[in-house]
Design a protein. Structure first.
Length: 409
């Protein structure tokens, strides 16, 4: 297992071919931005001296941004190359949007999403710097004023601060509303109120369209990030964690006791994981399939491939099965595996009690204490990331769920 993990997490810096992703795209991006700026400036018949000034600042800023990517871009080692590719795609689209905005009225520049999405797919610092660079590009090529620059700069910085970092429990409504409100206020004070004319309805059409398009770009970009990065396996988890999944339904027909143990173990895994702020989907999936997962390594890997079990669940089930089989060097290390072991142990004990006497009223507190005492005496969690507080919370949950145990009868 360790060799597979080490192979996946091989750093791209030590692979000459793959290390080009650090250097080649930023260089190509610099030429693209500078060349595009030159073409836009020439098309707009910008005076040579002002176009040269813009190109100098754009080239310097693009070079610094490439250095910033190399120094400040971070991602998990196993996902680094994929994350870089996503970031470069957003960077190219952002450059196109910046150059196209030159041909739009300054109240309709769609640049706020550039700050947020570059920060989302990269880091907040890269979002701020990259957004500022592209805003500078648009402002210089369009002959915008300092006021226009700061209008979008303040709006972009504000949006980065309220959107990022994006957490798994994020809610988009409030930051979206605040971001659009800030953009409207900045446009009102920076453009409309300084126009020197009476307010007319027509003046709000382009700012209103800008807000709508900004909201669409933000929503689409964040939605894509959530489905590909934050929740890449959400649909798969929903399928696997359905009690009517074909393999679970087959288990229910073949061995109802095993099925009940799996389902009830999955319930407590999810309940405990939610309370301890762990990934509930991983724990629940491990609880549902721990009985179906083969003990033999080759059969286990085939089982994972057949059901397309996500990698985090595979790691939990491998660790759990190897520990139960007392394989050499097998240890419980993950908190999720500890939750699975505790949940299945308590459920197994209670099912055995109810199998002997369906009308029994077991002393749940005593059974739970005895189970955890056995774990403690056997040193089950001596190498595990689980904490004493986590174990205390688990014991409390098992003891508080007395009414739920009636479903086991």
């Amino acid at each position: 297992m360790k060799s597979r993990k080490a192979e996946k997490q091989k750093s791209i810096e030590h692979d000459p071919q793959r290390s080009l992703w650090w250097y080649l795209p930023p260089v190509l991006g610099l030429f693209f931005l500078a060349g595009g700026s030159y073409l836009v400036g020439s098309f707009r018949k910008t005076e040579d001296i002002f176009l040269l000034q813009a190109l100098v600042f754009i080239c310097l800023g693009g070079a610094l941004f490439g250095l910033g990517i190399r120094r400040y871009f971070t991602a998990p080692a196993a996902e680094l190359l994929k994350s870089l590719k996503r970031f470069y795609l957003v960077w190219v689209l952002s450059m196109l949007l910046s150059l196209l905005s030159v041909f739009l009225p300054n109240t309709a520049w769609i640049l706020v999403p550039v700050f947020v999405l570059l920060g989302l797919y990269g880091t907040p610092l890269l979002g701020l710097f990259g957004g500022t660079l592209l805003l500078m590009t648009t402002t210089l090529l369009a002959g915008g004023s300092v006021g226009i620059f700061f209008l979008y700069y303040v709006s972009g910085c504000f949006s980065v601060m309220i959107f990022l970092p994006l957490r798994k429990d994020f809610h988009i409504a409030r930051p979206m509303t605040l971001s659009l409100l800030c953009l409207l206020i900045c446009e009102m004070s920076g453009v409309i109120l300084t126009a020197g004319t009476r307010l007319r309805f027509e003046q709000f059409i382009l700012p209103g369209l800008n807000m709508v398009l900004t909201a669409i770009f933000l929503f689409v970009g964040i939605r894509y990030y959530a489905t590909r990065v934050l929740y890449p396996n959400r649909d798969l988890y929903q399928y696997l964690n359905d009690t009517e999944h074909p393999r679970l339904a087959e288990l229910r027909r073949a061995n109802k006791k095993e099925y009940l143990q799996s389902v009830h173990t999955g319930y407590f895994c999810e309940r405990i994981a939610t309370t301890l702020e762990m990934d509930a989907e991983i724990c629940k999936c491990a609880g549902y399939y721990h009985r179906l997962c083969p003990g033999d390594r080759e059969e286990r890997e085939a089982f994972f491939g057949q059901l397309k079990i996500p990698e985090p669940v595979q790691e939990v089930l491998r660790e759990y099965k190897e520990y139960l089989a007392r394989e050499k060097g097998a240890k419980l290390q993950r908190r999720e595996t500890a939750v699975l072991l505790c949940s299945q142990t308590v459920i197994t004990v209670l099912l055995a009690v109810f199998e002997k006497d369906p009308e029994a009223q077991p002393d749940v507190d005593r059974l739970v204490d005895a189970a955890f005492a056995r774990f403690d005496n056997g040193g089950a969690f001596s190498d595990c990331d689980i904490t004493v507080r986590d174990l205390t919370v688990m014991k409390r949950i098992f003891k508080e769920e007395k009414l739920y145990y009636d479903f086991l009868r």
